[in-house]
Design a protein around this ligand. Structure first.
Ligand code: 1CP
Length: 343
């Protein structure tokens, strides 16, 4: 069995398997080189040879237990028909969705056809990866995608989306419903193409007011998890409801029942150790900033977390993505520490 999948079968090895969010990306010189020559971020996402190569880069260098397909959560709104560009030094920019007439133009079949290069990249990556390394597919959660679709970018704390909850409830409800359907399709296509597990990123879950968490976070995510489990019972589904706090992570576990819970670095893992069902794999949650500090700090942080999670199904990861300024040797040191068994 692939070491990454072992915890999902309840197997606890001497040390936990590891992979890291944004393990491919700007901290690697070989990524920056491709970025430079490709010019456009979306060209990299939609060119299977490039997406495959970028996905494999960190595995070649460091040998993590899982690769995550190089893509982005915003390919879903793009595939549905919403104009998107990535501007250097600024980030993603979508033409904001303003009303239900515009929503009615978005189309899930179009998305599946449009995202064919992503599924092709998964096929190629799976074929190129050693059999003991897992391949993770992913999607954004409905609420997080809605945030980018209504606001158009991530620069203004998603005020338009958060206001729309009250001022345009019908638009919000229908957008969440469409996205739930689109995300199920996108994840199923990735599994069919060879993804061994999938992760759902709800990066802005913490922005949802408590009164609307059920409607905008828990319920749609539960629908996605249940649809995937019905079709692919053996493919682990991991959720990352970022920064919702230990109490709400527990509620999320009870109600959504994912196979894995990815925990952000602000949440106390000790509090989750006993409050989350032992059959759920916890994943996380080193601070990405600690990975930029000295190797001594990294080793101490990693050892403490491995020690804390001993005896529990666990996947070592960061509590958010690797930062571009991270020295690649630090990633090496982290992985060596996890595997040294001296923890
Ligand atoms: O080279 C560059 O300038 C691009 C940087 C970059 C990269 C490497 C972006 C732009 N996206 C990605 C890849 C990516 N994005 C992956 C690939 C797999 C991996 O190695 O982890 C994944 C899983 C994502 C997911 C993603 N994209 C999220 C959810 C996770 C998170 O970070 O909270 C979000 C919110 C995005 C949107 C996005 N894409 C890129 C940026 C800079 C952003 C954030 C924009 C903003 O909010 O302002």
């Amino acid at each position: 069995m692939k070491p990454f999948l072992a915890p999902f079968s309840g197997i606890v090895a001497d040390y936990p398997p590891c992979w890291f969010m944004r393990q491919a990306g700007r901290y690697l010189p070989e990524y920056r080189k491709i970025r430079e020559s490709a010019g456009d971020f979306l060209v990299m996402c939609y060119t299977p040879d490039l997406a495959t190569e970028i996905t494999l880069q960190p595995i070649r260098r460091f040998g993590m237990d899982a690769a995550i397909i190089f893509s982005d959560i915003l390919v879903v709104p793009h595939g549905l028909g919403q104009p998107l560009e990535f501007i250097k030094g600024y980030g993603p920019k979508l033409e904001p969705l303003v009303d239900e007439d515009e929503l009615n133009l978005l189309n899930v079949e179009r998305m599946v056809a449009f995202l064919h290069p992503v599924y092709q990249a998964i096929r190629q990556t799976r074929a190129a990866l050693a059999s003991h390394i897992a391949l993770i597919g992913f999607a954004g959660a409905p609420w997080t995608l809605l945030c980018y679709m209504l606001d158009g970018n991530g620069k203004q704390d998603f005020v338009r989306s958060r206001t729309a909850i009250y001022e345009h409830p019908k638009l919000v409800e229908r957008t969440i419903a469409l996205l739930t359907h689109a995300i199920i399709e996108h994840l199923c296509q990735q599994i069919e193409a060879g993804a061994d597990a999938v992760q759902i990123f709800d990066s802005w879950a913490s922005h949802v007011p408590a009164t609307h968490r059920e409607m905008l976070v828990y319920q749609p995510t539960r629908t996605i998890v249940q649809a995937l489990k019905a079709r692919y019972p053996h493919v682990p589904v991991i959720c990352f409801p970022r920064a919702i706090g230990a109490h709400d992570v527990q509620h999320f576990d009870n109600y959504v029942q994912p196979d894995g819970l990815s925990v952000d670095y602000t949440t106390d893992m000790a509090a989750l150790y006993s409050s989350i069902s032992p059959s759920v794999v916890l994943q996380g949650n080193l601070d990405p900033l600690a990975l930029m500090a000295s190797k001594e700090v990294i080793c101490a942080q990693a050892r403490a977390l491995v020690q804390l999670m001993k005896g529990r199904p666990f996947v070592m990861n960061l509590g958010h993505g690797v930062l571009p300024q991270t020295p690649p040797e630090h990633m090496q040191a982290l992985i060596e520490t996890i595997r040294s068994g001296s923890a």
